[in-house]
Design a protein around this ligand. Structure first.
Ligand SMILES: [Mg+2]
Length: 336
């Protein structure tokens, strides 16, 4: 692209304001504007790197509020930093746009940069291309050497704990999918960012402070992006253990009160994109002490067991037959 809609101009216009801030942010030696950014890594730390891509039609639709798309693109990455116990260092954004839509870009950058400011993560680089709308965000973080929260440290007897409440994003996805189905008949209302169901789906929060608080305390951690059972399965497989989950103990999103029990169970156990943290806490670590130091509710939902089976039990100790399928967004795609 050349002229006023050139890559440089677009980045400067919509993402340029934080460039100056980024240049002065701690650790950023050189931000947007050169061939690449230069970041200093604090002494005694390890670099944490993760990338996530949102594709139109799979993760969002053209009529979704662009600010929410910008927010979610960054939030899903920050959630991975939280799950590693990392502090944010910087973000890099790659935007593929079918055309230059200034209204969309203004909204997108507003949502992205608001969260970046809140989380204290400077945008240190960007790239634009022409093509089907897709957003790829890479985030860099730092964690004291040897203290990263990994998936492979859980041991039988550890308590399994989740933050916040589960199933709200899956409720939002169902709500949104139904709204779209009605839209085929020609009466689709505009997406509403003020709707609590949309809010759960499109405005997730990353648990960065909790992730930090879990260093040297949790034995293993993962963020719930694919659904509780799917992500618990990842953690158990990596740790070489099984798990017993107590269904009545699972903290459910208040929105699930609106749906039948079976659906609430599917949403809370199988729904993705809540971006809460699931972690294994060894017997010697006080949950009360941890809960006191973070700003999010923490709930023990079960424990790690020997073997490799993940079992969900109801009130009477009876096993529930639950699907282990992961979350599938708007389209039938696999997420990792
Ligand atoms: Mg993750």
């Amino acid at each position: 692209m050349t002229g006023p809609d050139s890559e440089f101009e677009l980045i400067r216009r919509y993402f340029g304001a934080p460039a100056a801030a980024a240049a002065s942010a701690e650790g950023v030696r050189l931000g947007i504007g050169d061939d690449a950014a230069l970041l200093g890594i604090p002494g005694g730390h390890e670099l944490v790197v993760t990338v996530d891509t949102l594709v139109e039609g799979t993760h969002f639709f053209p009529d979704h509020p662009p600010a929410s798309v910008g927010h979610k693109a960054l939030a899903s990455n920050l959630s991975d930093l939280a799950a590693m116990g990392a502090d944010p260092l910087g973000a890099v954004l790659s935007l593929t746009l079918p055309r230059v839509d200034h209204g969309w870009l203004a909204g997108f950058s507003e949502g992205f940069l608001a969260l970046a400011g809140e989380a204290g993560i400077p945008l240190v680089g960007g790239d634009t291309n022409r093509g089907p709308l897709a957003i790829s965000v890479t985030v860099l973080g730092a964690v004291p050497a040897g203290q990263a929260l990994r998936r492979d440290g859980a041991r039988p007897g550890d308590r399994l704990v989740v933050s916040g409440a589960l199933g709200g994003a899956a409720f939002g996805l169902t709500h949104e999918t139904a709204r779209r189905a009605r839209g085929v008949a020609g009466d689709m209302p505009p997406a509403d960012a003020g709707d609590p169901a949309c809010e759960r789906l499109f405005w997730p929060r990353a648990r960065l402070a909790l992730g930090r608080g879990l260093r040297n305390r949790a034995r293993a951690a993962i963020d719930i992006s694919d659904g509780l059972l799917a992500d618990l399965g990842h953690l158990c497989a990596a740790s070489g253990c099984g798990a017993r989950i107590d269904w009545p103990a699972i903290p459910r999103d208040p929105l699930l009160a609106e749906v039948p029990d079976a659906q609430a169970r599917d949403h809370a156990l199988g729904g993705g994109e809540d971006y809460e943290l699931l972690f294994a806490l060894p017997a010697g670590e006080s949950l009360d002490l941890l809960a006191f130091s973070v700003d999010v509710p923490l709930t023990v939902i079960g424990e790690c067991t020997t073997g490799d089976e993940v079992v969900v039990e109801d009130t009477d100790g009876q096993r529930l037959d639950v699907a282990r399928a992961g979350h599938d967004h708007f389209a039938d795609t696999e997420k990792h």
